[in-house]
Structures are given as structure tokens and as C-alpha cells.
Design a protein around this ligand. Structure first.
Ligand code: 1HE
Length: 267
């Protein structure tokens, strides 16, 4: 029987730096493989974020971001346990994807299996040059269970996921970024610094803009155009009516707000 896991908080640390928090997988000896306790700890770390946190960076200690599911947990699992286990991942990863704050994943080394499922629950991914993306489920005789068939497929398409799981194809950083696994590609060792830079920038946005991007945009993208246009009209009205939005627009019109420059943070 799949029992409610106890969070192993020693495997997932949290550090608060002003408006951002850094949540780090700290199980490098096991390549940050995700046991039931680790997944529960990820959930708890996000649940316990202070209200002052406006964006989160998620990172992995050691040479790899995350080796995916802790395969030792599969040994004793029957089919019913498997359903509850998979649903426990869905619960945590959906809670963080549709949570309170944007999440930026700082990727390096292995981003495989459940590690890729975790990364694709985040809103922005920064991959350094050591990063590689893979779905070794096929070679282990299993199937994605942490939301990957939904999230990874939406990101890169069913044909790419099928190829990766059937053949064990591995995408190195440059090819992976070109495929859409991450929005940013930086030199080796620079993913965390870039993710922090982005998180600090995102934390300065009006909260309702970030809220709309996290909660409305992905749902609009799944609606018919007709429904999406209506939802967009409603959401944009709510966002622009916030006093903070009015102040920001006024600042631009007064000449004190920032201009768009050809060399933005993304370059
Ligand atoms: C692990 C795991 C793991 C490492 N579960 N223990 N994921 C995989 O199929 C990936 C499996 N891992 C690897 O392919 C490699 O470990 C890596 C490429 C990630 C890293 O290689 P390397 O040479 O740096 O490390 P290593 O020597 O292979 O591993 C170090 C230790 O971590 C070793 O344990 P030790 O006790 O012998 O020191 C490994 O057994 C252990 N380790 N990865 C358990 N994943 C919700 S469904 C999601 C489905 C999936 O995620 S399937 C994909 C699972």
C-alpha cells in the first residue's frame, strides 16, 4: 500500500535571498534522484515559502541537476501503488507549476526522466553547456509517470518524446535548447548565476502580471481561439486595473519608466 511519504528535508535545501528563494536538491551522491521523501520535501519547501518570496530558482547540488526517479523505489511497487505514486508526483509538480511564484530551473549535467519532468514543471529553464536531456524510461521497462507525457510532449512534441523513449536518444545542451527544452543556453557553470539574474528580474514584475502568465496563459493556449480571446480580455482587464500597473504605465509616459532596449536581459 502506497503510504503518505515523509519529507526528507535534508535532501532539499532552501535559501532566501531578498525577493527570491533558491530551492536545491542536495542528494549529489545519488545524483539528486527523487525518492518519495525527496518529492514530498520539494512540495514542503514550496509550501513553506515566505510571502516575501516573489520568484524561485531550483537547482541541483553536484555535477547533475537530477537523475530522475529513484529507481530503488520501484522494486516493491505493484500496479495500484504505481498509480498512487505517479499521482503523488502529479500533485506536487502541478502545485508548483500553478503555485504562487514563477520558478526558474538552473540545469546542468543530467536532466533525465523525472528530472526532466521536474524541470518542465518550472516556468523558465536555463541550461549550461554540460546539460543533457534524456528519457531513459524505455531502457528501464517503464513509462514516464511524473507528468512528462503531458508537459514534455507539449514542450517538444510527441514525436520527439517517442524517439527519446524508444531509442534512448540524448540531447546535448545546444541541440536540446534548439528543440525547446530550455529557453536559455549559457557556458558551463553559469546556469545558477543566470537563473538568479532572471529570478531577480521576474520578482520585480507586477504580481498580477506573473500570476496571469502562470495561471491564465497556459490555459488560454489550450482553449479554442474563441474562448481564449474572451479569457484574454478578462485577464488583461484585471491585470491592467491594478494600481501598480497604472503607476508603471504613468512612469513610462512621464519618461521615468524603463525603455525596451535591443540588449535586454535575455542576450
Ligand atoms: C541512482 C539513480 C537513480 C544514479 N535512481 N539511484 N533515471 C535513470 O535511468 C538515470 C539513471 N542514472 C544514470 O544514468 C547515471 O547515474 C547518471 C548519468 C545520472 C550519472 O552518472 P554518474 O556516472 O555520474 O553516476 P553513477 O555512478 O551512475 O551514480 C552514482 C550513484 O547514484 C550510484 O549509486 P551508488 O550507491 O552505486 O553510489 C547510482 O546507483 C545512483 N543513482 N541515478 C537510483 N535514478 C515519475 S516516473 C519517472 C521515471 C524516471 O525518472 S525513469 C529514469 C530514471
Amino acid at each position: 500500500m502506497f503510504a503518505k511519504p515523509i519529507a526528507t528535508l535534508s535532501d532539499v535545501s532552501v535559501e532566501h535571498r531578498g525577493a527570491i528563494s533558491i530551492i536545491r536538491l542536495t542528494r549529489p551522491k545519488k545524483r539528486n534522484a527523487i525518492s518519495d521523501g525527496v518529492m514530498a520535501a520539494i512540495g514542503q519547501r514550496f509550501d513553506e515559502l515566505p510571502e516575501t518570496t516573489k520568484a524561485v530558482v531550483i537547482d541541483g547540488e553536484g555535477e547533475h541537476f537530477c537523475a530522475g526517479l529513484d529507481l530503488s523505489s520501484l522494486k516493491e511497487m505493484d500496479a495500484v501503488d504505481g498509480v498512487h505514486h505517479s499521482r503523488s508526483w502529479h500533485k506536487v509538480l502541478t502545485a508548483i507549476e500553478f503555485g504562487q511564484v514563477p520558478i526558474i530551473a538552473a540545469l546542468h549535467g543530467a536532466v533525465v526522466g523525472g528530472g526532466l519532468e521536474l524541470a518542465t514543471s518550472c516556468h523558465i529553464r536555463v541550461a549550461d553547456d554540460t546539460t543533457f536531456f534524456a528519457l531513459p524510461e524505455g531502457s528501464r521497462g517503464i513509462f514516464v509517470g511524473g507528468g512528462g507525457s503531458v508537459r514534455i510532449t507539449k514542450l517538444v512534441g510527441a514525436q520527439t518524446v517517442m524517439d527519446m523513449m524508444m531509442t534512448g536518444r540524448v540531447y546535448k545542451a545546444a541541440d536540446g535548447v534548439a528543440r525547446g527544452f530550455a529557453q536559455y543556453h549559457v557556458p558551463a557553470g553559469q546556469a545558477l548565476a543566470k537563473a538568479i539574474e532572471l529570478a531577480e528580474r521576474i520578482a520585480q514584475n507586477a504580481p498580477m502580471t506573473n500570476y496571469a502568465l502562470m495561471h491564465a496563459l497556459p490555459r488560454i493556449a489550450e482553449q479554442t481561439a474563441d474562448h481564449g480571446f474572451l479569457m484574454e480580455a478578462l485577464m488583461s482587464s484585471v491585470v491592467q486595473s491594478a494600481p501598480e500597473a497604472k503607476a508603471r504605465v504613468r512612469a513610462f509616459l512621464d519618461g521615468t519608466g524603463p525603455k525596451v532596449k535591443p540588449t535586454g536581459i535575455g542576450n
